[in-house]
Design a protein around this ligand. Structure first.
Ligand code: CA
Length: 242
């Protein structure tokens, strides 16, 4: 019997926490991906050789090592094997620190997801990265702009008035949401839903806290950028016409 062979991308989930691995496996399978799982660094390397996935969701803290080592090993392996360098790697990290993210991306990661994450976010990131790695080349990098603020989504870099602004992943995601909806006021509930994804019980003050972090970092380089509409939400101030 002839079976239609689909082109469903194969994803390898590397995650040692069984609950999280299950959520990822179920969600990605439901969304049409072929999913394999590995729980350790060693299993991950073996599974990549065995299953040749299109993408690896790579937990950073593993029982026998870390995701950075896995990434480095995979990139070295693929560099030695022409034509296989399109393996996409997304780090899944609980470490909300810019240094880690930069380190991971410098090692050859294509994107990162911060725990706790929402499953919709994971699926969206996987699709986005696969779009880039499977048939990209020549696609313009996406840069979001608002006045003197610039966010380059390909390099995760943010600049204001030409000055680099270093953000944690959560700050970055929050600013990206505001930038994508520039000119609108976004309610606290919407931000909790889209940036924090309701994945854990976060204190209701978390939005205010991160808005204040962002202000501290962004307003060093120019006039206040983020507007508070009391009782309504937050947004980026209208840009003055030069
Ligand atoms: Ca882990």
């Amino acid at each position: 019997m002839e079976t239609a062979v689909g082109t469903a991308p194969t994803v390898l989930v590397v995650e040692d926490e069984p609950g999280i691995a299950d959520i990822l496996r179920i969600t990605l399978s439901y969304n049409g991906f072929t999913v394999h799982c590995a729980a350790t660094r060693r299993e991950a390397l073996a599974a990549v050789r065995q299953h040749r996935p299109d993408l690896v969701l790579l937990d950073v803290m593993l029982p026998d090592g870390n995701g950075w080592e896995v990434c480095r090993a995979l990139r070295a392996e693929h560099a030695a094997e022409p034509g296989t360098d399109d393996l996409a790697i997304i780090f899944v990290t609980a470490r909300d620190a810019p240094r880690d993210v930069v380190a991971g991306l410098a090692l050859g990661g294509d994107d990162y997801i911060t725990k706790p994450f929402g499953v919709d976010e994971v699926v969206a990131r996987v699709h986005a990265v696969l779009r880039r790695t499977r048939r990209d080349t020549g696609v313009a990098d996406r840069v979001l702009r608002h006045g003197d603020l610039e966010m380059d989504e390909a390099t995760y870099s943010v600049r204001r008035a030409g000055q680099p602004v270093e953000l944690t992943p959560t700050e970055y995601n929050l600013l990206r949401h505001l930038l994508r909806h520039a000119g609108r006021i976004i309610s606290k509930e919407q931000l909790l839903q889209h940036v924090w994804q309701y994945e854990t019980v976060v204190p209701s003050t978390v939005v205010e806290t991160y808005i204040s972090y962002l202000r501290r970092k962004l307003d060093r380089f120019g006039p206040p950028l983020i507007e508070t509409r009391r009782g309504v939400g937050y947004g980026l101030r209208a840009v003055e016409q030069a």
